[in-house]
Design a protein around this ligand. Structure first.
Ligand code: MRU
Length: 359
């Protein structure tokens, strides 16, 4: 399995996703500030992977804190978490992971634990978050693969694979599970301008796994659907509102509209940690605006005339009416999502019989 992210005594090692597929490099980020910068600059990306990186960043920062007493340690903790929280606003897994680390920190301080033991427990917690993510993806895969045809072509967007998680992937995890189960699937990966996660990352990891993958430019999807060449669409998510509206990589929304028009099922695969049930609908999801150079340049070469402005929203919101089902590690949610997501979030039945399979 690809090692997206790893804890080491020297710091957090990550595969540098900005350089793939040309160069496979695993730099070590030695401070929490370096980890934060790695998240911001997309060395590591994908909502669940960002969450794991943030948890490891918190643990690293605390381990290396020079604080002499607990009040100083708390100040450091706040500085560390606010730096990490300021990196990418849309992926809720970032805030979920920081919150989980904070709960444990508060508990340990309350219990009078010393600095060394607090740091030790936080490192363990970050490793648990990482291990749980892989486990969750495999469970998601077992639920989701049932929804895919025995043979056919699946369109995906961006990268919701091993590289976007601690391993195995969400949307690509479902595809992996289906292939492992003997289904004969071909994947069509939209290139995903401007950062090209589809062309560079999805193509790379599926190719490494010997899964049949073809890349298309984003504007080809409609034609392929019209020609009857796509049997299902499956994507990941950065945040899912209580009503099932889904924020994911820019370009997901138009695919969902096209899928509806062509009567093709449109699936979203995401862990429970991607649910944001505090917000009623997608209009409350903060959309990250990224640097203009991602649009004006490709591979360091300017393609937009100098002096011309661009837009670069990193995510869009797909309304729940275009989402056929949401696949999680606790089962598959079907519309109406207010009800099915709420049930899943408290560990209840998933709204379809498959949920019982994963007891
Ligand atoms: O900007 P990115 O590359 O972090 O965006 C990633 C996505 O949009 C993924 O589809 C999403 O995070 C789900 S990853 C399992």
């Amino acid at each position: 399995m690809i090692k997206t992210i790893e804890w080491t005594d020297q710091g957090v090692r990550m595969i540098d996703q900005r350089k793939l597929p040309a160069v496979e490099e695993y730099p070590v980020f030695r401070t929490y500030a370096e980890v934060a910068e790695a998240i911001r600059s997309m060395v590591i990306r994908g909502a669940p992977a960002i969450g794991v990186a943030a948890a490891m960043g918190v643990a690293l920062g605390l381990r290396d804190s020079k604080a002499k007493h607990v009040e100083e340690l708390r100040k450091d903790f706040e500085q560390i978490t606010s730096t990490l929280a300021s990196t990418r606003p849309t992926a809720i897994n970032l805030f979920w992971a920081i919150e989980r680390m904070k709960r444990l920190f508060d508990e340990l301080v309350r219990d009078g634990a010393d600095r060394r033991s607090i740091a030790g427990h936080l490192i363990e917690e970050a490793l648990t978050i990482q291990a749980e993510d892989i486990e969750n993806n495999k469970r998601m895969g077992r639920f989701g693969q049932d929804l895919l045809p025995d043979s056919g072509t699946i369109l995906t967007h961006c990268n919701a694979g091993a590289l976007a998680t601690a391993g195995y992937g969400t949307a690509l995890g479902v595809i992996r599970a289906a292939v492992e189960n003997g289904k004969r699937l071909r994947v069509v990966a939209g290139e995903t301008r401007p950062f090209l996660q589809g062309a560079r990352l999805t193509a790379w990891e599926l190719w490494k796994d010997d899964i049949d993958v073809r890349v298309i430019s984003d504007n080809m999807a409609g034609t392929f659907m019209h020609q009857g060449l796509i049997d299902a669409v499956i994507v990941g998510a950065d945040r899912i509102a209580a009503n099932g509206d889904v924020a994911n990589k820019i370009g997901t929304y138009p695919l969902s509209v096209l899928a509806k028009q062509h009567e093709i099922p449109f699936y979203v695969a995401a862990p429970i940690s991607t649910l944001d049930l505090k917000i009623p609908d997608g209009s409350h999801i903060p959309i990250e605006q990224r640097d203009a150079t991602e649009v004006t340049h490709i591979g360091g070469v300017r393609i937009v005339p100098d002096g011309v402005s661009v837009f670069n929203p990193a995510f869009d919101v797909t309304p729940n009416k275009f989402v056929t089902a949401i696949i999680t590690e606790r089962g598959v949610a079907l519309p109406p999502y207010e009800e099915s997501l709420r049930k899943l979030s408290v560990g209840g039945p998933a709204g379809r019989p498959d949920a019982e399979k994963d007891s």
